[in-house]
Design a binder for this molecule. Structure first.
Ligand SMILES: Nc1ncnc2c1ncn2[C@@H]1O[C@H](COP(=O)(O)OP(=O)(O)OP(=O)(O)O)[C@@H](O)[C@H]1O
Ligand SMILES: [Mg+2]
Length: 377
């Protein structure tokens, strides 16, 4: 299985058929919508992540796909088939739960074999053995096959949970915060392995996470959810570089947001005057609002802001201020600058200077027209 060239490796995920489709899907708990009319198209072989704050409906969405919750309104299709009356065990999906949900009285091997033994179409013993061994090999757990869950570390338990999902050879693997319980170092290691596994197997992975870095580094595409709705779906760079809403800009990475209104519109740029009196020039993208006096939010990432002790010439978006905090982060330095209108902004710069400037140093902060966005507010 590991030798096949997957759609992912061929780089044609975008042209693959749809594996999972949600059309205006609603789910209510006590008359409150936990999932509020969402649309999703997830392609075969895609690594798709659902990202959003706690309580926004991520797990509920995954449980709807798995069949553990019923869709209240809208349509859900897997591989083109409506799933309305299909119970979880007859769907071509398998879930890895955050809690792992391993059976404590069974060893690793039997935990993985459990689902195969329950299958309606009886598998031969040799078939079960070869599938379990293959799953163990995929997650690098061959040597721990006889251990019981309480004799395993968190990371090893996580691998067993993954193997248990893969052993059924599902078309779609659903992962709910799969690495949430692991410490940072192990989490990074497992992220790498998860990504390799996905590339090798060519299966569709749908992962729920609230770790934005994890979603950005692993996914082909990300859906950002907020209060039961999808705010934006896009590739990691689209989500980070071109957020369509101020929620997405704020939730993904750090940013500086300034509310204001459009005061001039030109072919290539718009001018925004913020409520605090800053005049900002923003290069237009296809999503930039272009109505005069339209309320917008300007978003500028901390790493896009330059600092200079002397006033730079011939630049727009240059503001005078003073440093009020300098935080050394090793590879980077985080500066807080208070502009002369009293607004504080966050600036992140690589640690390339010999010595750091002191607090209270007068400073100019500036950014290019291309390095900020005007977003509909
Ligand atoms: N079985 C249930 N009964 C009632 N309300 C529920 C049920 N399951 C979820 N909810 C509610 O639905 C909303 C969405 O919950 P969900 O578990 O999908 O959030 P989540 O995005 O996965 O959050 P987290 O990141 O904390 O896991 C929440 O307000 C939650 O309280
Ligand atoms: Mg959840």
């Amino acid at each position: 299985m590991a030798q096949t060239v997957t759609p992912h490796q061929r780089g044609i995920v975008a042209f693959q058929p749809l594996d999972v489709e949600l059309r205006s899907v609603f789910k209510f708990f006590n008359q409150e919508p936990a999932v509020h009319g969402i649309d999703l198209d997830i392609r075969q072989g895609e690594f798709f992540s659902i990202l959003g704050p706690s309580g926004c409906g991520k797990t509920t969405t995954l449980r709807l796909i798995a069949g553990f919750e019923r869709v209240d309104a809208g349509k859900l299709l897997i591989q083109g088939q409506p799933m309305t009356d299909i119970p979880p065990y007859r769907r071509p999906v398998n879930t890895v739960f955050q809690s792992y949900a391993l059976f404590n009285h069974l060893n690793v091997w039997n935990n993985i074999a459990f689902g195969l033994r329950l299958k309606k179409e009886k598998l031969r013993k040799a078939e079960i053995e070869s599938r379990v061994n293959e799953a163990l090999r995929l997650v690098k757990m061959e040597s721990l096959r006889s251990r019981f869950p309480h004799q395993l570390s968190g990371g090893q338990q996580q691998r067993v949970a993954l193997a248990r999902a893969l052993v059924n050879r599902p078309a779609v693997v659903l992962l709910d915060e799969p690495l949430g319980a692991l410490d940072l170092k192990l989490r990074k290691e497992m992220q790498f392995e998860l990504s390799n596994l996905h590339k090798d197997l060519g299966l569709t992975f749908i992962m729920v996470t609230h770790d934005q870095e994890e979603a950005l580094s692993l996914s082909d595409r990300i859906a950002v959810m907020n209060q039961g709705k999808i705010e934006q779906i896009g590739t990691p760079s689209e989500i980070y570089e071109r957020p369509k809403t101020s929620f997405v800009a704020d939730f993904i990475g750090d940013t500086n947001l300034f509310s204001g209104e459009i005061t001039a519109v030109e072919t290539a740029m718009v001018q925004v005057v913020t409520k605090t009196g800053l005049t900002v020039v923003v290069n237009r993208t296809e999503d930039t609002p272009t109505d005069l006096l339209k309320a917008v939010v300007v978003s500028v990432r901390p790493e896009k802001i330059q600092l200079s002790l002397y006033q730079p010439t011939l630049v727009n978006n240059c503001f005078e201020g003073r440093l009020v905090n300098v935080m050394y982060l090793g590879t980077h330095v985080n500066y807080v600058v208070e502009l002369i209108n009293g607004i504080r902004i966050n600036v992140l710069q690589p640690n390339t200077f010999g010595s750091l400037p002191d607090c209270d140093t007068p400073i100019y902060a500036w950014w290019a027209e291309d390095d900020c966005l005007a977003i509909d507010s």
